[in-house]
Design a protein around this ligand. Structure first.
Ligand code: PMP
Length: 339
């Protein structure tokens, strides 16, 4: 018999798939690592499990404990799955810009959810960072993983995602691209790849409204770079400890619109029903590839999550129209038969 003892044993070993259509005219081999094959449908399953197991080892998380985290949804899902397998409770805080699907998914796996305002600074007591910290102080036997500064996040990708990419490309990878949020998936993989081949070039995808690119290029934390944007999961108004700027060679910024349009193209033209930050990562990585890749190069782009979490947003024509994002052939058709 071949079976797993628990859902968390199915985390990892996700497939690499070549992009064939959205890459027309772009040199090199462009591969995407489809992290929605994880049981929680995102790459965050990897780091969620690692943060919990490391906390158990350090005695920070004890039997019957409560896990409290600020999350854009995917980390919450990963934590919830690991918590179910291991017998912990979960409370999550989210910013209200996150899709309703993400909130409903967390409730479906038994978590308690606090929805907090998006447009307040991170140190405002109403922000999802502050609410998570306060709950952690108030609730006995609770553990706050803090995915931004908890280096188990980066380590999870150093120990699993990086080695899988190296193995599956036979060490031929020349470029790695990833959206940067907490920085775990970019920097953990980058560290592993660069240790095996220092020539590997890494490209971080950032959003307009986020501090990363400017900070990398000038060393300045520029408040003017910070303003609200719509893309979920990437870009930040803080500098998380998991972002190690030396491990990110270049940053490319992508608009909400370009990311959204590429997300829909990946579904229609490649059959990959992926999340919004996947479209951003591919759009940004291809902009870089157009200028810098040769036909011998092999680029891997990480695709963090699944399209179901964005049915009410990038995959919804009315939402796209309302935001001025829908153009020509991106219209979907649904015909209503009236009885
Ligand atoms: N995309 C999505 C949808 C995410 O949830 C996240 C996590 N914030 C990222 C990209 C960025 O990944 P990381 O936190 O590893 O930088």
């Amino acid at each position: 018999m071949k079976y797993y003892n628990s859902i968390i044993e199915t985390i990892g070993d996700t497939p690499l798939v070549k992009l064939s259509h959205v890459t027309k005219g772009i040199p090199g081999t462009i591969l995407v690592k489809l992290e929605y094959f994880n049981p929680g449908n995102s790459m965050k399953d990897r780091m969620a499990l690692k943060m919990i197991e490391d906390a158990e080892k350090e005695g920070l998380l004890k039997p019957g404990g409560t896990i409290i985290e600020g999350t854009s949804g995917n980390t919450g899902m990963g934590l919830a799955l690991a918590a179910i397998a291991k017998g912990y409770k979960c409370i999550f805080t989210l910013a209200d810009k996150q899709s309703q699907e993400k909130i409903d998914i967390l409730k479906a796996v038994g978590a308690e959810v606090y929805v907090c305002p998006t447009n307040v600074s991170s140190d405002d007591p109403r922000s999802y960072y502050s609410v998570a910290k306060k709950l952690n102080q108030d609730i006995p036997n609770s553990f706050y993983p803090n995915q931004y500064d908890n280096l188990s996040n980066k380590l999870a990708h150093y120990e699993s995602t990086g080695p899988e990419i190296w193995r599956d490309t036979d060490g031929k990878i020349t470029h790695y691209a990833a959206g940067v949020g907490t920085g775990g998936s970019m920097c953990g993989v980058s560290q592993y790849l660069k240790e095996h081949n220092p020539e590997v070039v890494t490209v971080g995808i950032d959003t307009y409204g986020s501090v990363f690119k400017k900070y990398k290029e000038t060393g300045q934390f520029d408040q003017n770079e910070i303003y609200p944007y719509l893309t979920e999961g990437i870009g930040e108004d803080i500098l998380p400890k998991n972002v190690e700027f030396d491990l990110i060679d270049h940053f490319v910024k992508v608009t909400d619109k370009d990311g959204a349009i590429m997300t829909r193209r990946l579904a229609r033209e490649e059959g990959m029903f992926v999340g919004w930050s996947c479209g951003s990562a591919v759009h940004g990585a291809l902009e870089y590839a157009k200028e810098h890749l040769t036909d011998d190069d092999v680029m891997v782009i990480i695709m963090p999550d699944h399209g179901t979490r964005y049915l009410g947003k990038v995959y919804n024509d009315n939402w796209m129209k309302d935001h001025g994002f829908l153009e020509g052939r991106n219209f979907a058709t649904a015909r209503q038969i009236v009885s």
